[in-house]
Design a protein. Structure first.
Length: 191
């Protein structure tokens, strides 16, 4: 997958091109354990073809390096957020409940903050009583690679490292429909 460098086109142009490049592969096939009803009800956008999730290495709030590939074999709920983002704040408690409900079944909820300090992110997560891991995308390069424009943005990555779907905007991630979907997906064991 080709992503143009920032220096060639400038930040705003590159963000748009990067988003189009990565997201051009996203579209209409159904991953295992999902139905078109799931995608419609939950507002998910599946890929047209199999797309490997771009790997990255970021620091957690304690300064420890974490790589996305460390989670191979698990389903990764990858959420991009910022502390100033009101919809991000609104969906975090539901993400926490989803994490608690499915972490023992192979789901990893992983939040990536874009361009904020560890101190600000730590206070934000403490206030919301969030226990899942948060990583710091200090320069925004991972968000750039994933073509993140609106926040929050969420990608679900299968056990095999392939992107299953993306979602833009806040969701009630622990709704009955969402819990049913994740229960089926995680019991499937394939993706």
């Amino acid at each position: 997958m080709f992503l143009p460098s920032r220096s060639r086109l400038g930040d705003s142009c590159c963000l748009g091109i990067a988003a189009l490049t990565i997201l051009a592969a996203l579209g209409l096939t159904r991953p295992a354990a999902a139905t078109s009803h799931d995608f419609q009800v939950l507002g998910l956008q599946p890929p047209k073809e199999e797309v490997e999730a771009p790997d990255f290495t970021l620091k957690d709030l304690n300064g420890k390096q974490v790589q996305l590939r460390d989670f191979r074999g698990k389903v990764v709920f990858l959420n991009f957020f910022a502390t100033w983002c009101v919809p991000c704040r609104l969906e975090m408690p539901a993400m926490e409940r989803l994490s608690r409900a499915f972490k023992d079944k192979g789901l990893v909820v992983l939040a990536v903050d874009i361009k904020e300090s560890a101190k600000a992110v730590r206070a934000f997560l403490k206030e919301l009583k969030v226990t899942f891991p948060a990583l710091l995308d200090e320069d925004g390069s991972v968000a750039f690679t994933y073509g993140i424009r609106p926040l929050p943005a969420t990608f679900l990555i299968g056990r095999d490292g392939k992107i299953l779907w993306r979602a833009f905007g806040a969701r009630e991630w622990d709704s009955a429909a969402s819990r049913q979907y994740f229960s089926r997906l995680l019991s499937d064991g394939k993706r």
